[in-house]
Structure formats: structure tokens, C-alpha cells
Design a protein around this ligand. Structure first.
Ligand SMILES: CC(C)(COP(=O)(O)OP(=O)(O)OC[C@H]1O[C@@H](n2cnc3c(N)ncnc32)[C@H](O)[C@@H]1OP(=O)(O)O)[C@@H](O)C(=O)NCCC(=O)NCCS
Length: 321
């Protein structure tokens, strides 16, 4: 029988605090000279502090078949607040020499591109030549700057940068399966038992769009042909499963995806769009031309979450004031 192995990198959540602790302690024990913190320091942190770190840090977990096997952080540096840095990069020994480390770096590069900057930076200790060789392989170059580690000035770190212009945001049609990971993680709490496939996903009339930063899918949206819930019940698309990945929310990517697909929907004869929107996301929709239908508050039978019905005209000039 053929065995398939799954590899993914995802933004970490507060609920990952203990997984974050375990992989960070593994990294500090494995390669002490690579990092500014020490194993002794971090092993003394209690669960509460790790929970706080999981809240504060923009961190990513690499998972092989659902088991955490690596991590990285993407944040600005205390001394360089204007530049996004890659920190705490680590993959478990079994994952070295595979595509895992590149996938982590590409995921963090996509986040840096969403910050609207040209490059992702890092500091790499001269004591870890394998790491430096890896960074050169994936396109980092020396900036010429260096920094001694605070805890041990004999450990010198070279600053490197990677151009992230290849990670510019773009939108295109995709097969529904390409969106299932985002649907599950962002809309279904990453619950493995939930079926995120919709029976109508494979209908020829259903359209699926992905928003990408490089090859990373960061926004999902699917449009199903269903009549509008408002008179005169015109031909319309129902938007479902709109989701933007956690680390790049609030940067206008969802809005940009909708703007880009609306022309396509109009050419396909749609005059109106409608959706059941989570009340928590209503502000996003109303700021992008959608209106809430009066008295439409209801609880979704599928998720138990409160929704309202919203709609918008495809041609915004048709929107009545
Ligand atoms: C740094 C790290 C993420 C890189 O991931 P990786 O999967 O090991 O990287 P790769 O194997 O794809 O690339 C490493 C390159 O270094 C080369 N290399 C291996 N050992 C080396 C050594 N001792 N000196 C120099 N180069 C070495 C490899 O041959 C490879 O190059 P190649 O693919 O052209 O042959 C991983 O090694 C790691 O987690 N190390 C421990 C933590 C660490 O050092 N983090 C860096 C913090 S800045």
C-alpha cells in the first residue's frame, strides 16, 4: 500500500502554548548556539508564561502527519522595528534535508510580504554553518551588518535578508480541495473530525478562489449559485467559507480578493451576492459594500455561531442609497 505523508506549516494559536514550549525547548537543547535564549532560561517558564508567549508571538508550527516537527517566528526586532525578522527557526533532525525548512521560511516570507515590506531579515550565528548554508540556498544574502548575542558576546550573528517581492498578493480560481485547510483551521477550529467539503463544491457552477502570497494560500472564498434571499430573488451567488489566515488578517487581503473576483462574477451573469455572515465579521462586509438584511439574525445549525444575512449588488452603482 502507498503511504502518504502530510506536511504543513500553520500560524500557531494560544491553544498551542504547550506544543510551542515543547518544540522551543527541543530546539534550545539541540542547537544552543543558534539562539539568544537558553534552555535553562526557558525550561523554567511555567504554563502561564508559555500561554502569554503564544499570545504575543507571531509563531508558526511545522507539522508532519499532525505532529509538531519545527517552528519559526516572524516579528519585528527590538532594534529594527521597521523590518520583519525571521526568528527561532528550527526543524527536528528527522526533517532536515527535506522540504520542511523551506516551507517554514516561505510561510514567514509570505507574512512579511503582507506587511508591505520588500524583505525579510534574520540574524544567523556563525556557530551554526548548516543554518547559514540553508539560508543562502533559499535566497538570503548578507547585508554586511552583524550583532553579538547579548548573553554571550563571543557568538556573532550575521544579518541576512531575503527579497520577498515574489510573494506579492494575487488571486486565482482554484479547485475546492486547495481551500480545505484554511476552511478547517480558520472556520472550524482545526477540528479533524469536521467534514469541510460541501456537497456542492464540485458543481460546475460553483466557483472557488484563493488569495495567494507566493504559493501560500492565505484567503479562501467559494461562490455557490443560489437565488438571492431578497426580492426579486435574482440569479445570484452565495459567498461561503470566506476566510483569511490568522497571521495576515486585517491587512486588506480579503477585501482585495472580493474586489478582484467581482468582475468575474458579473461576467457570469450574477447581479447580486449574498451570504450568511458571522456577526463577528459584519464590519468587514459592511465596509466593503454589503448590507445587512433586517431581522435576519440566526444561529447556524452547523457551527452554533450567530449569523446575519447580508447582500450586495455586483455592480455597486446599482446599490440603492
Ligand atoms: C537551520 C535549519 C532550519 C535548516 O534546515 P535543513 O533542513 O537542515 O536545511 P537543508 O538540509 O535544506 O540545507 C542545509 C544545507 O547546509 C549544508 N550543510 C549541512 N551540514 C553543514 C555544515 N556542517 N556546514 C555547512 N553546511 C552544511 C547541507 O548540505 C545543505 O546544503 P545542500 O542542500 O546544498 O546540500 C535546520 O538545520 C535546523 O533546524 N538547525 C538547528 C537550528 C538552527 O540552527 N536554527 C537556525 C537559527 S538562525
Amino acid at each position: 500500500m502507498m503511504s502518504t505523508s502530510s506536511l504543513r506549516v500553520r500560524p500557531g494559536r494560544v491553544s498551542d502554548a504547550l506544543a510551542l514550549r515543547d518544540i522551543r525547548l527541543e530546539a534550545l537543547a539541540d542547537t544552543p548556539d543558534a539562539f539568544g535564549e537558553t534552555y535553562q532560561q526557558c525550561a523554567a517558564w511555567g504554563e502561564e508564561l508559555w500561554t502569554l508567549k503564544a499570545q504575543e508571538w507571531n509563531f508558526y508550527l511545522l507539522e508532519r502527519d499532525g505532529r509538531v516537527a519545527g517552528m519559526a517566528r516572524g516579528e519585528s526586532h527590538n532594534e529594527r522595528p521597521d523590518a520583519p525578522f525571521l526568528f527561532a527557526m528550527y526543524v527536528s533532525p528527522a526533517e532536515r534535508g527535506t522540504e520542511a525548512a523551506r516551507l517554514l521560511v516561505d510561510t514567514v516570507s509570505a507574512w512579511a510580504a503582507a506587511e508591505g515590506v520588500e524583505a525579510l531579515y534574520l540574524y544567523v550565528s556563525t556557530a551554526v554553518p548548516r543554518a547559514r548554508a540553508f539560508y543562502i540556498k533559499v535566497g538570503f544574502t548578507d547585508t554586511g551588518a552583524d550583532l553579538a548575542m547579548h548573553r554571550d558576546e563571543s557568538l556573532v550573528c550575521a544579518e541576512m535578508r531575503r527579497d520577498v517581492s515574489d510573494f506579492a498578493f494575487h488571486v486565482h480560481r482554484v479547485e475546492p480541495m486547495a481551500l480545505y485547510d484554511l476552511r478547517r483551521r480558520v472556520l472550524r477550529d482545526d477540528r479533524p473530525e469536521v467534514d469541510v467539503a460541501n456537497p456542492s463544491d464540485l458543481l460546475e457552477s460553483t466557483l472557488h478562489y484563493g488569495g495567494f502570497l507566493g504559493e501560500r494560500t492565505v484567503v479562501s472564498a467559494s461562490f455557490f449559485t443560489t437565488p438571492s434571499p431578497t426580492p426579486p430573488h435574482a440569479a445570484s451567488y452565495q459567498l461561503r467559507y470566506m476566510a483569511t489566515d490568522y497571521d495576515v488578517q486585517g491587512r486588506g487581503l480579503g477585501r482585495r480578493l472580493l474586489e478582484q473576483v467581482i468582475g468575474d462574477l458579473s461576467r457570469r451573469g450574477s447581479r447580486e451576492l449574498w451570504a450568511n455572515a458571522r456577526t463577528s465579521a459584519v464590519d468587514f462586509y459592511t465596509s466593503t459594500g454589503w448590507r445587512i438584511i433586517e431581522d435576519s439574525l440566526h444561529v447556524s445549525a452547523e457551527t452554533g455561531i450567530e449569523h446575519v444575512v447580508i447582500h450586495r449588488y455586483v455592480d455597486r452603482s446599482a446599490t440603492p442609497d
